[in-house]
Write a protein that binds this ligand. Structure first.
Ligand code: NAD
Ligand code: TYD
Length: 360
């Protein structure tokens, strides 16, 4: 029996990781630890909540005594750490919360694991999930024509150069994880992944926000000129990569995860509009009038592009879905699960959203 602690399992990516592990490894005991912040939602895990190998614990990773007690109570062998504050726009408004959760929370978990394992590293793993945003921004030196839109890519060896409070806090947490490997010999893993999309993503992020706004005929706020480039990966493929790396990755190592799938924001928006209009039975182009160019995000990184060759050559992982297929599945899921969306977008969300966009 392996006892695996997954943090942030009620969030977007975490819920896919929990689902994959609970279903694929009935012999493991999966403990999902989540503070249920605005981004955590147990409705994301309805289909697996009654499985015998699944346990949910509501806790804050910054509560060090609690982390120590849980390591002992569940005799944890492996940690897959996804709990974080994850939205760049929120980090610009409230950087302290990001430093607290992402830096101090990660440190609290690391120290709790270190104390519990007490130098007996055999069969133990601490796997930290991070982002490509820690590497900073790439040039857009080939803006015309087809992707890739630049000549450089993020490699595992690319120097960290974060620009937003979010990416700075993730960079800080990554450094702590590596320091625990180098200083204490803890068997750690770090992965840096590109932008994820798919079911259960909180509708403050581009794709679910825009699907929901199209459904309600609300404006689609495109930052700046919509020319920024992101590299998109279907969330289930990220969860598959996490499974492979957790089991086969070399401890002390870093792996980049991405799908070689760069898109300019405005092109993504057009694909989303086209797909939603088609699935809602609207004539093509109906929702294009909702595109609204707004003030750019402060410090908006121009281009992210991941080179995940190492993961492919060393561990054989590749994305399973083409982007067109992934977007179709994603839009269908949000349209088929409107109750999930409506439950989230009532109350507090409405207030946050109004405040956020009244400033744009
Ligand atoms: P999310 O915001 O959807 O979920 C975060 C989860 O963490 C929520 O369930 C929340 O309740 C929980 N959480 C927050 N603070 C906590 C605390 N103090 N204690 C315990 N739980 C807490 O985020 P996501 O998009 O699923 O991202 C998960 C991880 O993957 C993050 O570490 C993020 O940096 C990383 N990541 C995300 C992306 C992306 O595109 N979304 C890409 C690469 C890496
Ligand atoms: P987001 O989903 O917030 O992810 P990240 O900032 O982590 O990349 O944003 C993706 C891209 O879309 C990013 O370049 C910012 C842009 N964007 C908009 O243009 N409008 C929006 O309303 C949002 C949320 C994002």
């Amino acid at each position: 029996m392996k006892n695996i602690l997954i943090t942030g399992g009620a969030g977007f990516i975490g819920s896919h990781v929990v689902r994959l592990f609970v279903n694929k490894y009935p012999e493991y005991r999966i403990i999902n630890l989540d503070a249920l912040t605005y981004a955590g939602n147990l409705a994301n895990l309805k289909d697996i909540e009654d499985k015998p190998n699944y346990t949910f614990v509501k806790a804050d990773i910054c509560d060090f005594d609690k982390m120590c007690a849980l390591m002992q109570q569940y005799d944890i062998d492996g940690v897959i750490h996804l709990a974080a504050e994850s939205h760049v726009d929120r980090s610009i408004k409230d950087p302290f919360t990001f430093a607290r959760t992402n830096v101090l929370g990660t440190l609290s978990l690391l120290q709790a694991a270190r104390q519990y394992w007490n130098g007996n590293w055999e069969g133990k793993r601490f796997y930290h999930i991070s982002t490509d945003e820690v590497y900073g921004a790439l040039e857009l030196d080939k803006p015309e024509g087809e992707a890739p839109y630049g000549s450089e890519f993020f490699l595992e060896t690319t120097k960290y150069n974060p620009h937003s409070p979010y990416s700075a806090s993730k960079a800080g947490s990554d450094h702590f994880v590596r320091a625990y490997h180098d200083t204490y010999g803890m068997p750690t893993l770090v992965t840096n992944c590109s932008n994820n999309y798919g079911p259960y993503q909180f509708p403050e992020k581009l794709i679910p926000l825009f699907i929901n706004n199209i459904r309600h005929g609300k404006p689609l706020p495109v930052y700046g000129k919509g020319e920024n480039v992101r590299d998109w990966l279907y969330v289930v493929d990220h969860a598959r990569a996490i499974d492979v790396i957790f089991h086969q990755g070399k401890t002390g190592d870093t792996y980049n995860i991405g799908g070689f799938n760069e898109w300019k924001n405005i092109d993504i928006v057009k694909v989303v509009i086209k797909t939603v209009d088609r699935l809602l039975g609207n004539p093509e182009g109906t929702s294009e009038k909702l595109i609204t160019y707004v003030t750019d995000r402060a410090g908006h990184d121009l281009r992210y592009a991941i080179d995940s060759t190492k993961l492919k050559t060393e561990l054989g992982w590749e994305p399973s879905l083409q982007f067109e297929e992934g977007i179709e599945k994603t839009v269908r899921w949000y349209l088929d699960n409107q109750e999930w969306m409506d439950n989230i977008t009532s109350g507090e969300y409405e207030k946050y959203y109004e405040e956020m966009y009244s400033e744009k």
